[in-house]
Design a binder for this molecule. Structure first.
Ligand SMILES: *Cc1c(COP(=O)(O)O)cnc(C)c1O
Length: 397
């Protein structure tokens, strides 16, 4: 197959901007504004309540779930869209715990994104009964999986360093120990090739506003292994997950399909934005994307290493255990990042000292990487970061 990347022409990125933050919020695909405007005017505006049937808003979360399934190696009808990722983590974790009622331990690692750990804490607080959240170093996870563990809950790619867990190996170990496996793919979906079906994990969840470019607040996705579908107990038993929502039965009866993981009314405009945004993946080969991502990241690491020696690589040097982002530690990282942003090179910052750069081959090429390092070098060499305006702390970093 021919090279199909990058496809910058599909994105609306401001002139002159080098956007290295698609791991945090993907840019706007050009098809989205017209599609969302159409949903607002032609569907909501003209069809009103009829839109649920005429425009099939009701089927949309499962339909878009199938689009996401293709990108993560999941079979049809195993993925559904809805709610925020925090809620999907809670829901999957609660369902996973119910599959091992005799076990009390949730195992995770301290590289996990805080909200995943908070949701686990909150769930334990709610259910009580001697549950324990056991958090170990990422490198120790594999050895910490034993027969006390009910659920292994991990984020595959570390949001700070980009370190990537071996999904196959850890899932296998979890299953050998009789534990249920829950993967958070927030920094994996659209970034690295995934084969969820082959991994055999029971649950996966992920984000659609990062590498999938669904827009700020785009709803999350959840995957349930097809053979478990009929037995999974959705902890958040909302009416949209009912087998027959419009029968308005007094008691909950889950849908037979993945739709049982739905909760309430879907955000139609936001899911429509996501549905349109996912069209940018048509014809993209994930292995080609991965190869391009590694080439970009490797180039960035070697350029920064050669030209900005004061910075320390905070990501794995080996690209096979790194996702699609690279972090560098620097004492004045926050100010440097503000100076970069001021010059239209957009990355982000994670406390205490990490500058984070995402490499998204759909719209970033080698020339962008080199141009970004030109600006970075200029800022470090000339101490251009050493300015009071770059020390102002913003709410979102
Ligand atoms: C981005 C991210 C989240 C965000 O959760 P929301 O509920 O969508 O705000 C959660 N977990 C991980 C691992 C993430 O990377």
């Amino acid at each position: 197959m021919g090279v199909t990347l990058p496809r910058k022409e599909l994105f609306d990125i401001p002139e002159g901007m080098i956007y290295l933050d698609g791991n945090s919020l993907g840019p706007l695909p050009k098809v989205v504004p017209a599609r969302v405007a159409e949903v607002i005017s032609a569907e909501w505006g003209q069809q009103l309540i009829k839109g649920w049937n005429v425009s099939q808003w009701m089927q949309q979360p499962a339909r878009v779930g199938n689009q996401v399934a293709k990108l993560i190696g999941a079979p049809d009808d195993s993925v559904v869209i809805g709610d925020t990722l925090s809620i999907k983590v809670f829901q999957a974790l609660a369902a996973a715990l119910k599959m091992r009622p005799e076990r009390k331990v949730i195992l995770s690692d301290n590289g996990n994104f805080p909200t995943d750990l908070y949701m686990a804490e909150g769930l334990i607080d709610t259910i009580g009964k001697d549950y324990e959240l056991r958090v170990v170093d990422p490198e120790s996870v594999i050895d910490a999986i034993d027969e006390s563990v009910a659920v292994v809950m991990l984020t595959q790619v570390d949001y700070r360093s980009g370190r990537m867990h071996d999904m196959q190996q850890i899932t296998q170990k979890a299953h050998q120990a009789g534990a249920v496996m829950l993967w958070d793919l927030a920094h994996s979906a659209g970034a690295v090739p995934l084969d969820l079906q082959a991994s055999n994990c029971e649950f996966a969840v992920g984000c659609t506003y990062k590498y999938l470019n669904g827009g700020p607040g785009a709803p999350a996705f959840i995957y349930v292994r097809p053979d478990l579908m009929a037995d999974v107990k959705p902890a958040l038993a909302g009416w949209m997950g009912h087998d027959s929502p419009f029968a308005f039965e007094q008691n909950y009866r889950p849908a037979a399909s993945i739709e049982r993981m739905r909760v309430g009314t879907p955000p139609v405009m936001q899911v429509s934005a996501l549905e349109a945004a996912l069209s940018v993946w048509e014809g993209v080969d994930m292995q080609e994307l991965r190869a391009a991502s590694i080439a970009l990241s490797e180039r960035f690491i070697s350029e920064v290493g050669a030209r900005c020696p004061a910075l320390t690589l905070a990501s794995p040097r080996d690209p096979t255990v790194r996702g699609s982002q690279v972090s560098f530690a620097y004492e004045h990282g926050y100010a440097v990042m503000q100076a970069l942003i001021d010059r239209q090179v957009i990355g982000d910052f994670r406390a205490p000292n990490l500058m984070r750069f995402g490499f998204t081959p759909l719209y970033i090429d080698v020339a962008d990487v080199v141009a970004a390092v030109d600006v970075l070098e200029e800022i470090i060499e000339g101490r251009l970061w050493d300015d009071a305006k770059y020390r102002v702390a913003h709410a979102v970093t």
